[in-house]
Design a protein around this ligand. Structure first.
Ligand code: NAD
Ligand code: LMR
Length: 339
């Protein structure tokens, strides 16, 4: 169907731009790791998304219960649970979007990279199945360490001959969600109006929020910006410590994951001007993968947007994060090619 986007210029003029939207038949979305701490609330939120017609819930254990429970909700999508490797193909067949929160979470004292040994193998086997059963799906990678799991996925897809850099996303939306929340609190502005790009990667100092570009503008001191940056970078650790051994962020992550998947679905359906930050194959810096604003469209990534003007503090942060991010990318590529 043809819709029109109404935009109002700063002079107040209203213009109308036609675009075609294809949402009638609905989309098939899979959650891999659906019985987990993130998987369950994410399954709930995807069940509430009217763009989804088929919701496929996969895990190695526990999915029959989650699917029976979520499936009773009277919204559009048909819910099916799949358990165990022998049912992974059926879970993936025909998927438009595959969201991956499968794998172990951190405990206090661990870095995301400490999860590599377990999660790299999980991601590798799930991506091997994606290449076989739904090679055209958009993949939303949540499993940590994202800085390495996305390069692993890319290598698996390359080997299978299915790699399309437009269809692979590291989910960094939670960094944006946190940056918005923390900025709104500090700047005392309405949180619903706040925008803050977060670039780089998804671990420690590789998370680089660009508060110089935050809107609405606020007069924050250098100390405030430094504190906000640090809190955003350590947001995951803040939750890990507060949960004291019971895992990491699950509820805020489910919210962020649902937001990003919805943006992917809108892009696929032809909604114009869908822009979210994501960790993707990139030419924005010399690093092969980098998070920045990305325009989403009918083929996934429509355009990787540049960084825009950076403050001196942000330029410094960008140079400091590059060695760590480069090493995490290299580690992922090496793992995928040697095992
Ligand atoms: P969890 O342990 O509660 O759940 C993980 C689920 O994955 C479990 O149900 C488990 O059975 C399942 N699983 C394990 N191996 C699997 C496989 N081979 N196939 C399918 N499912 C499998 O953990 P969680 O709190 O949901 O976190 C999951 C992952 O998400 C962790 O790696 C965590 O670090 C990461 N995470 C990422 C972000 C982000 O911003 N990208 C935010 C929070 C958490
Ligand atoms: C987060 O940012 O909350 C996740 O990456 C989980 C973690 O280990 O911090």
């Amino acid at each position: 169907s043809v819709h029109s986007a109404i935009t109002r210029s700063s002079g107040g003029q209203v213009s109308r731009r036609a675009y075609s939207v294809d949402s009638g038949s609905g989309r098939k979305v899979a959650v891999l790791g659906a019985a987990g701490g993130i998987g369950q609330p994410l399954a709930l939120l995807m069940k509430l998304n009217p763009l989804v017609s088929h919701l496929s819930l996969y895990d190695i254990a526990g999915t029959p219960g989650v699917a029976a429970d979520v499936g009773h909700i009277n919204t559009r999508s048909e819910v099916k649970g799949y358990m165990g490797d022998e049912n992974l193909g059926a879970a993936l067949e025909g998927c438009d979007v595959v969201i991956i929160p499968a794998g172990v979470p951190r405990k206090p004292g661990m870095t995301r990279d400490d999860l590599f040994n377990i999660n790299a193998g999980i991601v590798k086997s799930l991506c091997t199945a994606i290449a076989k059963y739904c090679p055209n799906a958009l993949v939303n990678m949540i499993s940590n360490p994202v800085n390495s799991t996305v390069p692993i996925a890319a290598e698996v897809f390359k080997k299978a001959g299915t790699y399309d850099e437009k269809r692979l996303f590291g989910v960094t939306t939670l960094d944006v969600v946190r940056a918005k929340t923390f900025y709104a609190g500090k700047a005392n502005v309405p949180v619903a109006e706040v925008n803050v790009p977060v670039v780089g990667g998804h671990a420690g100092i590789t998370i680089l929020p660009l508060f110089s570009q935050a809107t609405p503008k606020a007069n924050l001191s250098d100390e405030d910006i430094i504190a906000l940056t640090k809190r955003t970078q350590d947001g995951g650790t803040e939750v890990v410590e507060a949960k004291a051994g019971k895992g990491s962020a699950t509820l805020s992550m489910a919210y962020a994951g649902a937001l990003f998947a919805d943006a992917c679905l809108k892009g696929l359906n032809g909604v114009p001007d869908v822009v979210e930050c994501s960790y993707v194959q990139s030419n924005v810096t010399e690093l092969p993968f980098f998070a920045s604003k990305v325009r989403l469209g009918k083929n996934g990534v429509e355009e990787v947007l540049g960084l825009g003007p950076l403050s001196g503090f942000e330029k410094d942060g960008l140079e400091k994060l590059k060695p760590e991010l480069a090493a995490s990318i290299e580690k992922g590529i090496k793992f995928a090619n040697q095992s």
